[in-house]
Each structure stands twice: as structure tokens, then as C-alpha cells.
Design a protein around this ligand. Structure first.
Ligand SMILES: [Zn+2]
Length: 478
């Protein structure tokens, strides 16, 4: 039981005594045997810390074995090392040597844990017919009444009373046994994995003014705009109020580790983009952190943004391709180092539940025009994602590896997986010898005459847009 720091000593122990009827609470024994001296009853923690007066035989063999066992377990066991314990005599009696061979005497010992002001009391006994005093001849009565071997009881109690997080515990443990982790002896690939995980694992590029050189990319581990957690290319600047999500200490270990860490997170990781504008700025930055930092891109954007990037226009009718002006999709074409692209479509259920921003072209149109309050704004994902990929095709056909993730029907994954891999193989052929004729396909689609005032209706067996409680999130195989 932890004291409230402000309380006087008397009050600090009172709560422990109140809980003495609970068998699971052996701190109350300690306070009953050695109450707070009256003169300290009203002392605050800065004036008085609870302590047991020196009692018991000065030369207690059992206590020596207990101390040796704790010292041994400090080396071997994380919780024991972290909890920082030692044993104290609570009474004057002696367990060893045994009075008669068959004697089973019991004596109380207190165990002090570093963070606990009041030690915890346990009854100890020796097994009958003990003729040499070793740790395995000592037993401890645990809360609940079972007797455990000394080692077991120490380990169990340490696990129960250890107040530290596993990582802190490990640091305390290794500080005691001198163990250390030989990072540099691991293969470089494994080191890189460790660096990436320690730095957050998932990286969202952002653009910001870092140190007067003009806007430059930095990596954040949070997708939201305006979150200032991250590192710049040379990590000269940390724009971060708290490095909670990135293990900044890694950058302080040594020059080599710092270099390796930076290169591990900047090169060879997938960069996630949640906004077209950020993607564009990163692709065009005059200060690229590394020539090959954008080899793998993940687009985690709304349907509205994906339509915008890939020039899928639905207003007033469905048509594809640039209507002049800004073309985000061409960013991907002009990115020679790009080897892998993941396009993630947000699940409609997540959108409905407000876990992701729900922007799609029809919804935006209804909001902006304000003339069609009753129009259907939820598209069938089987149709809408197909259109999105149709628009994307000219921009992504030259990328060696394209993966479709999220709310994409299996049939669409198969269809577009085949079309895209075929297009990559045929990338050097003339238009007329290619198996997928994009221009003809979009013309055909345009002829279907979809109009903006009606989102493509869903005819899927398990509806993309109408949910029932308890149904599966998104039926990909439909
Ligand atoms: Zn559907």
C-alpha cells in the first residue's frame, strides 16, 4: 500500500492497520509489531520515514541465507532486482539451529521494498530435520496460507510489489548484474529494424520550416496535421514538445548509431501520406533528405482526395483525366525512385463511425451545392474504388509494385492486380500492343452516363453502405 505523501506518519500507517484483516496484506503485521513512535505520530514524510528498530539476534544465520538468496536473485531475476529488497529481523527469536530435529518453529521477518515505506512481514520456518542451513530448507508462508520455498516466495513477492514499468525494471536489473545489449554485434538489417521500431515504426512525412533554410520534410509518427512530433533529415532540429513516441535517446548513443538510425528511418521505410498537398511538397522539395527517401509510398487518404489525385471527375458526369491545371497524379509518374505504392481505401464503416474523415465527391458536392439535400451520398465501394483505380492507372502503371489495401473488394484486387502487373511487363510496348486499352475503357465508362447527383448505387449482397448491427465490417469477398 502506497502512502499519500502529504499525510503524517500516524495517518500513513492507519490505512495499513485498517486492512489488517485482509490476509493478503502483510504490511499490517509490521506496523502492529513496531508502531510509529508517538513522538513521530504527526511527522510528515520529509521529517520521518517509517523504520523498524534494530531487533533480533545480531548474528542470525537464517537472515544471512535470506540476504544471500536475495543477492543471487538480484542477478538472475528482473523483478527482484527492480523492487530493490532486503530482509529485516522482526522478532528476537531464533530459528537456527533447530531446538530438536523435528521442531517446526516459525519466525517473522520483514522484507523492505525500495518504494514501499513500510516493510512487508512474512512468517519463515525451517523444514524439520534440517542439518545444514541452505536456502532450500527455508520456507515462507505466503498470503493465502501456502508455504513456498524461499526463492519462489521472493520471486513471487517481487513480481507483485514491483512498481516499475518493464523497461525501467530491465534497466535496474542490468545495472545490477552488469548485463548489456550488444547492439552493434547484430546484423545491420536487424539493427535497422530495431531503429525503425524504436523511432515509431510508422512514418508520416510533413513539411515545415525547421531552421531558416526554407520548408523541408520531416518525419512524424502521427498522421494529424499540426502535430509537431518529428525529426528533420539531419535531426538538427526536433520539433517536439515530447519525444514520447520516438526514442530520441537512440540518437544520443553514438555518432554511428545516430547515423544508422537516421538512415534507417529516412531510407527504406514506407512513407504514409494523408494529404495530396503534403505529397506534392515532399516530392518537390528542394531539400530532399536523401535521394531515395521516397521509394515506398502509402496513400491513406479519403475517397475525395484519391479521386482528386487521380483525376476522376464526377461533376457533372463521370469523366477521367486532367481538365487542365494541377495534376497530383503526375507526381507519382515523375518520381523515378518510387518502387512500391500502397493505396489504402478507408472502410465505409470506419467513416460512418467517425473514426476517419468521411469525404467523398458526392458528399462534398451536396454540401457545396446545397441544392440536393436528399441526394444519395454513399457510393457503392465496388464501383467507386473501380473508378478510382481507372483514374489512377495512367499514373501508377509504371510502378513495379502496387498494392491495394483497406476496403477493396477481392474481385477488384484481382482485376487490378492483373491489369497493373501486365501493364508493368508491357511498359515498353506501343499502345496498340498492350492488353489493357485505357482510353477505350474510360470512354465506355463515360458512356454509362453517371451523374453527380447520384452516387453509384450499391447492389452488393452485403451492402457497402447500409450497416446492420453485428454484421462484419466490410465484405471484401462479395
Ligand atoms: Zn456495394
Amino acid at each position: 500500500m502506497r502512502f499519500r505523501k502529504r499525510d503524517e506518519a500516524g495517518r500513513r500507517t492507519r490505512d495499513i492497520l485498517r486492512s489488517r484483516c485482509v490476509d493478503d496484506h502483510p504490511q499490517s503485521f509490521t506496523v502492529m509489531f513496531h508502531p510509529v513512535p508517538e513522538e513521530h505520530f504527526y511527522s510528515y514524510p520529509n521529517k520521518y520515514q517509517y523504520r523498524i528498530p534494530v531487533t533480533g539476534p545480531s548474528n542470525d544465520a537464517v537472515l544471512r541465507v535470506v540476504s544471500r538468496t536475495i543477492a543471487k536473485l538480484n542477478q538472475e531475476h528482473m523483478d527482484v532486482a527492480a523492487v530493490g529488497m532486503y530482509a529485516i529481523n522482526l522478532t528476537n527469536s531464533r530459528l537456527w539451529p533447530l531446538q530438536t530435529p523435528e521442531t517446526v518453529d516459525v519466525k517473522l521477518y520483514a522484507f523492505k521494498y525500495q518504494k514501499e515505506e513500510v516493510p512487508v512481514t512474512f512468517p519463515l520456518r525451517l523444514l524439520p530435520y534440517t542439518n545444514s542451513l541452505t536456502a532450500d530448507r527455508i520456507q515462507v508462508r505466503m498470503p493465502g496460507g501456502t508455504w513456498e520455498t524461499l526463492e519462489n516466495s521472493i520471486v513471487k513477492q517481487a513480481a507483485k510489489w514491483n512498481p516499475f514499468w518493464p523497461i525501467e525494471s530491465q534497466q535496474k536489473w542490468w545495472a545490477k548484474n552488469g548485463k548489456h545489449f550488444e547492439l552493434m554485434r547484430l546484423p545491420i538489417e536487424v539493427r535497422h529494424n530495431i531503429y525503425r521500431q524504436a523511432m515509431g515504426g510508422v512514418f508520416f512525412p510533413k513539411i515545415a520550416e525547421m531552421d531558416g533554410r526554407g520548408p523541408e520534410p520531416f518525419l512524424s509518427v502521427q498522421p494529424f496535421l499540426g502535430s509537431w512530433l518529428g525529426i528533420s533529415a539531419d535531426c538538427s532540429k526536433w520539433k517536439t514538445p515530447s519525444a514520447k513516441y520516438m526514442s530520441r535517446n537512440l540518437l544520443l548513443v553514438s555518432k554511428k548509431v545516430r547515423q544508422e538510425t537516421l538512415s534507417a528511418v529516412w531510407v527504406g521505410t514506407t512513407k504514409r501520406f494523408t494529404e495530396p498537398l503534403v505529397l506534392e511538397k515532399c516530392a518537390d522539395t528542394p531539400l530532399p533528405p536523401h535521394p531515395h527517401w521516397l521509394t515506398s509510398i502509402h496513400l491513406d487518404m479519403t475517397l475525395f482526395d484519391l479521386f482528386r489525385i487521380f483525376e476522376v471527375n464526377v461533376n457533372p458526369t463521370l469523366h477521367f483525366g486532367s481538365s487542365g491545371g494541377h495534376v497530383y497524379g503526375s507526381i507519382l509518374v515523375n518520381m523515378p525512385s518510387l518502387k512500391s505504392l500502397e493505396i489504402s481505401v478507408n472502410c465505409p464503416r470506419e467513416l460512418e463511425e467517425g473514426r476517419k474523415p468521411d469525404h467523398n465527391p458526392w458528399k462534398i458536392f451536396r454540401e457545396e451545392s446545397q441544392q440536393h439535400p436528399n441526394m444519395e451520398v454513399k457510393p457503392c465501394f465496388k464501383v467507386a474504388v473501380d473508378w478510382m483505380l481507372m483514374g489512377a492507372f495512367p499514373y501508377i502503371k509504371g510502378i513495379p509494385h502496387v498494392e491495394l489495401l483497406g476496403a477493396v473488394k477481392t474481385s477488384l484486387k484481382q482485376k487490378w492486380g492483373y491489369i497493373l502487373s501486365q501493364a508493368y511487363v508491357e511498359r515498353d510496348r506501343d499502345e496498340e500492343f498492350r492488353s489493357f486499352r485505357w482510353e477505350e475503357e474510360v470512354e465506355e465508362l463515360a458512356l454509362e452516363g453517371h451523374v453527380i447527383t447520384q452516387a453509384p448505387p450499391c447492389t452488393c449482397a452485403s451492402s457497402c453502405v447500409r450497416w446492420q448491427m453485428g454484421t462484419i465490417p466490410f465484405d471484401e469477398d462479395d
